[in-house]
Design a protein around this ligand. Structure first.
Ligand code: FPP
Length: 247
């Protein structure tokens, strides 16, 4: 059945080059099964693996996922530890496969609060997959979009103060160039699972013209079929970027 959806995607043509995902609902998935929240995150990690495979199949070239927000540092220490352990588990179990698949992994966010082993895992996977050219997988960790924009503004202020650029050169492009996502451009499609209609401080600048797709499916239940449905929905949209159409 999901092979049918993939065939339809290929027939439609234009696939979103860059997909962003807010992977929400791990906690609720676990709660419904009387499991600890961490079991939901574990199941969510398997969904990330399926997402990568589905992106490769569909021909998506960049996928940016929200794995841990700056606000998530306020969760109970046991849950933070479990999420950091999962990050390390993901790296140790997936690096070889990701490299083989041609996936290049980058971790975006303020990585300074991460424990030394978690930072080592980040450095390891980024180095191991550096040659990947088929799919860029950006994992946002300790990420907040307002903090990212503030960091870009601070860098611009420093550049102006040091005389490297003039205030006239503070353009939209100059800001975009100083965001974590600079090498990949803006997402075409944002998927949010678990039914919440919120952006939650994720890629606020970059999502300006993204198509939004919200599904009630909880992240651990989001698989190949659900991803292809989202892509097909995107392909039916009429993207105008604020312009009028002539049709
Ligand atoms: C939101 O669900 C999800 C998170 C805060 C963590 C996302 C993490 C993963 C998918 C696994 C790790 C992934 C990698 C790549 C290492 P929630 O806990 O807010 O769910 P709830 O809203 O139902 O409580």
């Amino acid at each position: 059945m999901s092979d049918d959806l993939l065939r339809q995607i290929k027939l439609q043509g234009a696939v979103p080059a860059h997909v962003a995902v807010i992977m929400d609902g791990n906690g609720r998935w676990a709660q419904r099964r009387n499991l600890p929240r961490t079991a939901g995150h574990q199941a969510g990690m398997a969904s990330v693996r399926r997402l990568v495979e589905s992106c490769l199949e569909a021909g998506v070239t960049t996928v940016t996922v929200f794995a841990f927000s700056q606000e998530n540092w306020q969760r109970p220490p046991e849950e933070i530890d479990a999420l950091m352990a999962l990050l390390q588990e993901y790296v140790s179990t997936q690096s070889a496969e990701l490299t083989e698949q041609g996936v290049r992994v980058r971790m975006l966010g303020d990585l300074t609060p991460l424990s030394p082993p978690a930072r080592q895992a980040v450095e390891f996977v980024e180095r191991a997959t550096a040659g990947g050219t088929k799919l860029a997988l950006n994992i946002c960790i300790s990420y907040g979009s307002r903090a990212e924009i503030t960091r870009a503004a601070r860098r611009l202020a420093e550049d102006v103060a040091a005389g490297r650029i003039t205030s006239d050169e503070v353009t939209e492009q100059a800001i975009a160039d100083r965001l974590y996502t600079a090498p990949w451009g803006d997402p075409d499609l944002l998927i949010r699972t678990s039914g919440e209609f919120r952006i939650s401080n994720f890629l606020l600048w970059q999502l300006a013209y993204a198509e939004l797709y919200v599904t009630p499916t909880l992240w651990p239940d989001f698989g190949r079929r659900e991803f292809f449905e989202a892509v097909l929905d995107y392909q039916r949209r009429d993207r105008r970027f604020g312009r009028v159409t002539t049709a």
